[in-house]
Write a new protein. Structure first.
Lengths: 362, 385, 349
């Protein structure tokens, strides 16, 4: 029934109604259950407090700490330097002194930015991994794979919904990638995309055409990565869309037929609006998911690059964050990157909610 | 547009392995619906009336038989090619569109034929001398004008910007009718259009449907299980049972002359009273009392069922029938007696004028002969007299 | 005063109201010249003959279904091809894998790859670790989830909606925000000190590492949400009836609600177990000290990622199959539970 979609109770609705609804005081007044309820919730709240809420705040704090060493938990006070470093607005000279970009100037002679340190010019090195690779890669992955996988999933689920014979079999087949391990299948894709692999063979690209190794170009690596991510993202979306399609009242399609709407028009005017809550749900979750892409890179490349690790051209923001955990003093930079990621996700989610207000029909 | 259903059959195949037999939702239906008339398909639930309607609409494929609109066989046509309007039982208004968009939606899918005119406004002719006709989509203004005109007919002009869930049941129903009417269908089909409305609204809306049908003159088929509803607005009714047509005709005629026990029992509230009876020497008996003499024809002696309409029994101190009155139900205009009779198959209910003084206990009654029918006990329980 | 349907912004920019626009539209000569009564709406496009039209429809329907099935077939090949390739690659020798002409079936079926895997890749240990971590964290999750879902679905207390909303909001926070601090937290807890181990620890080094792979995952907001929805569907009358019978909330939860929600609980159990099997990031961090404590996925990647010279794809794929097959078996046996559990999430939006 379409009523399912319109019923209040989805968690998107929940937020909308949170501040509107006046909780009805039921006969067995809640007060009696009060302390007992907290007892039931205690394990969850304690665990969340220790492993979610405290870390959330602590990570934000760490992001603003200067020279924080997590083994000793000692820092040199408050600073914005971590963010500036991530954004390449601050770099380090050879003596590991922090230098702000606005204190430097470009020197063609030295082949980079330099600053006046006493009498001599000192070269400054910036950490460009995030701005040059991690952020653009994450954006490309997000804006390529999310729309692509949603459209393909929508197409497949509509086709699946329209057939009768073999529907169950197809449905099962399309779900299989969901139950696989991202790293393991990533390795399989690495075999497929190997220069002497089946894809180059099938498409006649020769054995010198590199996708993922031998310093393959950024574009090739990205194409392989996006194909893999879409492949891995399809099953969940298909399942959600298909079950939503099966819940649409068939009468609307009969009505559209009576109203002389063609197939495409029916799709745009009936199917898509009726699926809009699910589309929004999938959009938000997969946007968040692809901003956090990491294991697929590990699976496919084994390292954040197409050449075994030196250029990091396949970095994602999260990959950068994890890499930062390996050094004792880089943690706060990782924290700064994580906070930025968090802000980006929040902004995108807010935008989607805002846009959806007009487009989503409950 | 005259609609003819020829030998129309819908069979849902069973599963012989599991011993489920085929089910005939509609069985060899032959009906002709005259142009411009409002016809009610009537029957208890499960009698195949909605299936028939859906086959006429093209949403279900008939297993056998043909459907003709005028001189055109539309049996295999898709619904959108048939030129029909259908009002669904629960209206099926698109919940995400405003009323205006709901009504305009069919128009955005259609094209119109238009004679091409040159600069001076003369019709352009093709080689054979016929006017050259072009098809084109409707303009926004045209759609707007048609939508507003249709909205006026069904009186929903003030709700055009609302969403369906902001409307009452009756308003939704009128929107659904507007959506069906807006494309000027050849045939209008209504599937239990009043079943989702409350009693008062139902009365009002059925008048509305009648008015709209008469003002547009569209051939209309109307499906309902409520005999009162069907009788009050239809030009003709078709009574169905288990996929088979029982009787067709003008409502009053069907009521007065039911062909069999089913039709007699189905039409009329409270339902007809049934008694065990017999025919002997061209006289109809209930127990030992003569109900009436049969003068019109010779009927062989036999056991039978006697049906007497509730209004066919009158309280009469000199009457030959004795009932044991159990309860008296006051209905305002009349009163209804619930009584027992040894030969009656259930409680006997009959209606008398409110001013007649009665009390529970033994009541003497007489019977109006023309309100009495006798039905055979065999086969389709056809009417004997 | 006339009714003005314009909103604030429309008034600010002196935009016309809907009624004004409509009135203007109706005033135009074109609008008035439209004669709706003489319009002929086209019912049938192009063909005059109903029989022809019917035949065209039939052909159209066949074409549509041919296209639909070919598309689905094509997509299923894409979906399944990596699995097929994984299997046959694991049965090939390296020369055949690296050959210029690829074969779709191994020339000689080679089982030795699997033997090599068992010799180089301590599969049994990794699976053992994974099962310990998976089962304990799943059971813990189920307990906390049942308790919390019950409180949210049945009990009334102050701030219930607010807490639930906060819980749901945590789902939008990227886990990476937490990983950094959690890493420090588990390292700083008295059970072990970075890599050194056994300093003031309650637990041995190994146990502490395992505990840190389990305890943080004893709570899942998503499953609480899922189970709460399920609990809410259980009619209130049952609860009231139990109350009348003198059952406590605790008894009602374990004797009525848990059995009724069994399908969802099984779904959660399996999905959570699969999650443990697939988890990579966190175990990778906390088991840095000792390779033999790793879980399957970490073992897989680290055993076969360092490729000097020609990659040993045959052996890699054999190992990948060993990791993938248990998941596929789980899927085959519990398909209904898995698909229902996953699907239910999206339905309610």
């Amino acid at each position: 029934m379409a009523a399912v979609a319109s019923k209040k109770g989805g968690f998107l609705d929940f937020f909308k109604n949170l501040f509107k609804r006046k909780e009805r005081v039921s006969a067995d007044a809640g007060e009696r259950n009060n302390w007992k309820a907290w007892l039931y919730l205690a394990p969850v709240i304690i665990l969340l407090a220790v492993f979610t809420f405290y870390p959330l705040i602590n990570t934000i704090v760490i992001a603003f700490l200067k020279d924080y060493d997590y083994t000793t938990q000692v820092s040199a006070g408050f600073t914005f330097d971590n963010f500036l470093t991530v954004l390449t607005l601050a770099g380090k000279d050879e003596a590991q002194n922090l230098v702000y970009k606005w204190n430097t100037f470009y020197s063609a002679e030295a082949g980079g930015y330099v600053y006046q340190n006493g009498a001599e010019l000192m070269k400054v090195y910036f950490q460009t991994d995030v701005l040059k690779y991690a952020l653009p890669n994450t954006m490309v992955i997000t804006f390529v794979t999310v729309p692509l996988s949603i459209i393909i999933a929508l197409l497949i689920s509509v086709c699946l919904h329209s057939i009768k014979a073999f529907q169950k079999i197809f449905q099962t087949i399309f779900f299989v990638p969901y139950v696989t391990n991202a790293v393991a299948v990533g390795m399989v894709f690495a075999v497929l995309f190997d220069s002497k692999g089946i894809l180059n063979f099938l498409f006649g690209l020769g054995t010198e055409f590199y996708w993922i190794d031998h310093a393959a170009s950024w574009g090739h690596g990205m194409i392989a990565l996006c194909i893999y991510i879409v492949w891995h993202a399809l099953p969940y979306k298909i399942l959600i869309f298909l079950s939503a399609l099966q819940n649409i009242d068939k009468q609307y399609y009969d009505a559209a037929k009576i109203d002389c709407a063609g197939k495409f028009k029916t799709f745009m005017n009936v199917t898509v609006p009726m699926l809009s809550p699910q589309i929004l749900y999938i959009m938000i979750t997969s946007f968040i998911g692809s901003f956090k892409e990491y294991t697929s890179v590990v699976g496919l490349f084994g390292s954040p690059s197409t050449d075994g690790g030196s250029t990091k051209n396949m970095y994602t923001i999260v990959y950068y964050v994890y890499d930062c955990l390996s050094g004792t003093t880089t943690v706060s930079r990782g924290a700064a990157a994580a906070v930025m990621l968090f802000i980006i996700i929040m902004i995108f989610t807010a935008i989607q909610f805002q846009v959806s207000k007009r487009r989503v029909h409950y | 547009m005259e609609i003819r259903l020829k030998n129309l059959t819908k069979c849902f195949p069973g599963n012989p392995k599991k011993g489920i037999p085929d089910t005939y939702a509609v069985n060899a239906l032959d009906i002709t619906i005259p142009d411009g008339k409002l016809v009610g398909l009537l029957g208890p639930s499960g009698c195949g009336k909605s299936t028939t309607l859906y086959m006429v609409a093209g949403l279900l494929e008939p297993s056998e038989g043909e459907i003709w609109f005028g001189d055109e066989d539309v049996t295999d046509l898709e619904p959108e090619k048939r030129g029909i309007g259908l009002v669904f039982q629960n209206y099926a208004l698109y919940p995400h569109m405003t009323v205006y968009k709901n009504v305009a939606f069919p128009l955005t899918n259609l094209r119109i034929e238009e004679a091409v005119k040159d600069k001076d406004g003369n019709q352009v002719m093709d080689e054979t001398g016929k006017p050259y006709i072009k098809k084109r989509k409707l303009t926004k203004d045209e759609i707007d004008k048609i939508v507003r005109e249709t909205a006026k007919i069904v009186q929903i002009e003030q709700y055009l910007e609302r969403k369906p869930n902001q409307l009452s049941g009756g308003q939704q129903q009128r929107v659904a009718i507007a959506r069906a009417l807006v494309k000027k269908p050849r045939v209008l089909l209504l599937d239990e259009p009043l079943s989702n409305l409350d009693a008062r609204l139902r009365l009002q809306t059925r008048e509305e449907i009648r008015r709209i049908q008469q003002s547009t003159g569209i051939t209309t088929i109307f499906v309902t299980h409520d005999q009162e509803e069907a009788m009050s607005i239809s030009d003709e009714i078709v009574v169905m049972k288990l996929g088979v047509e029982q009787q067709r005709g003008v409502p009053q005629e069907v009521y007065n002359n039911p062909v069999n026990k089913f039709v007699a029992n189905f039409l009329g509230t409270p339902p007809i009273n049934l008694f065990k009876g017999r025919v002997e020497n061209n006289k109809l008996y209930i127990g030992n009392e003569v109900v009436r003499e049969i003068t019109e024809k010779d009927v062989p002696d036999q056991e039978c069922t006697v049906g007497i309409r509730p209004e066919g029994i009158v309280v009469d101190p000199n009457g030959s029938f004795t009932f044991e009155c159990e309860r008296i139900l006051t209905m305002g205009r009349d009163i209804m007696l619930v009584a027992e009779h040894p030969e009656a198959t259930t409680n006997t209910k009959f209606i008398v004028d409110a001013f007649v003084e009665v009390s529970t206990g033994t009541v003497k009654c007489a019977v109006k002969p023309h309100k009495c029918f006798a039905f055979s006990l065999e086969g389709d329980e056809l009417r004997i007299i | 005063m006339e009714y003005d349907s314009r909103n604030f912004i429309q008034k600010l920019f002196k935009m016309k109201s809907r009624e004004q626009k409509q009135a203007e539209r109706e005033a135009t000569a074109e609008y008035q010249s439209i004669d709706t009564s003489s319009m002929t709406l086209v019912i049938k496009e192009g063909r005059a003959n109903a029989a022809q039209l019917a035949r065209a429809q039939k052909i159209g329907r066949i074409i549509t279904s041919v296209i639909t099935y070919s598309f689905l077939l094509f997509m299923s090949v894409i979906i399944l091809f990596p699995f097929y390739w994984m299997i046959i690659t694991s049965l090939k020798n390296t020369t055949e894998i690296r050959a210029n002409v690829q074969t779709f079936f191994p020339a000689t079926v080679l089982w030795s790859n699997y033997i090599t895997v068992f010799n180089t890749f301590d599969f049994v240990t990794y699976v053992g670790n994974t099962l310990i971590v998976g089962v304990i964290s799943t059971i813990g999750t189920l307990i906390t989830t049942i308790l919390a879902a019950f409180a949210f679905a049945r009990l009334n207390f102050k701030g219930k909606d607010l807490i639930f909303a906060i819980l749901l909001a945590t789902m939008m926070i990227p886990g990476e925000m937490m990983v950094i601090t959690n890493y420090i937290t588990v390292a700083k807890l008295p059970w072990y000190e970075f890599g050194v181990g056994m300093i003031n620890g309650w637990l041995g080094y190994k146990d502490a590492v395992f505990a840190s792979m389990i305890v943080p995952f004893w709570v899942s907001v998503f499953y609480i949400y899922l189970l709460r929805q399920n609990f809410k569907q259980i009619p209130n009358e049952l609860y009231l009836a139990a109350k009348v019978d003198g059952k406590s909330d605790w008894q009602f939860l374990w004797h009525v609600m848990v059995p009724l929600a069994m399908p969802t609980l099984i779904s959660i159990f399996i999905l959570k177990l699969m999650g443990s099997w697939n988890s990579y990031v966190w175990p990778q961090l906390v088991t840095a000290g000792n390779e033999s404590w790793r879980l399957v996925t970490n073992g897989l990647r680290s055993s076969f990622s360092t490729t000097s010279g020609e990659p040993q794809y045959g052996i890699q794929m054999a190992a990948t199959i060993l990791v993938t097959v248990p998941l596929l078996l789980l899927f085959i046996f519990f398909r209904k539970y898995i698909m229902k559990g996953v699907g239910r999430a999206g339905i309610k939006g």
